[in-house]
Design a binder for this molecule. Structure first.
Ligand code: SF4
Length: 115
C-alpha cells in the first residue's frame, strides 16, 4: 500500500509517497525521515492552554517540549485540561514534567505576569 502526503517540515511542501517503508519524492533527508516516521509512528507537538491562577490573563498558552505520539494526543489534552498554574510564569517553564506518561514535558509558551 502506498501512502502519499505533503511534507510539513518546511514550507516547500514536497509530495512524498511511502510504499513498503520506502519514501520517494522528498527533496532532503529531513523530509525522508519525517515521511518514514509518519507512516510508522506519527508524532505531533501539542499546543493548548491551561488555566492561569492570579495572572493578567485567565489562560496560559502551553506546548509540549517535544513531539508526542499522535495516538497519545487526546490523553495529553485531557491531562493538560486538568492542570492549573499560578502566575507568574516564565516562558519555557515546565508546567508538567511527564505529560500523560509520554516522558515529554509541557512547557509555558509565553511569560505571564501576576495581577
Ligand atoms: S522534503 Fe525537505 S524540502 Fe521538501 S518539504 Fe520536506 S523538509 Fe522541505
Amino acid at each position: 500500500m502506498t501512502k502519499t502526503m505533503t511534507c510539513i517540515v518546511c514550507p516547500m511542501g514536497c509530495q512524498i509517497s511511502v510504499a513498503e517503508g520506502e519514501a520517494r519524492g522528498y527533496s532532503c533527508p529531513r523530509g525522508k525521515s519525517w515521511a518514514e516516521q509518519e507512516v510508522s509512528k506519527p508524532m505531533r507537538t501539542l499546543t493548548t492552554t491551561v488555566l492561569l491562577i492570579g495572572g493578567e490573563y485567565p489562560l496560559l498558552p502551553v506546548r509540549t517540549q517535544l513531539p508526542v505520539p499522535k495516538s497519545k494526543l487526546m490523553d495529553c489534552l485531557r491531562h493538560a485540561n486538568s492542570l492549573r498554574v499560578e502566575a507568574p510564569v516564565e516562558v519555557g517553564q515546565v508546567i508538567c514534567p511527564d505529560l500523560a506518561e509520554t516522558g515529554v514535558s509541557l512547557i509555558a509558551a509565553r511569560t505571564a505576569g501576576g495581577q
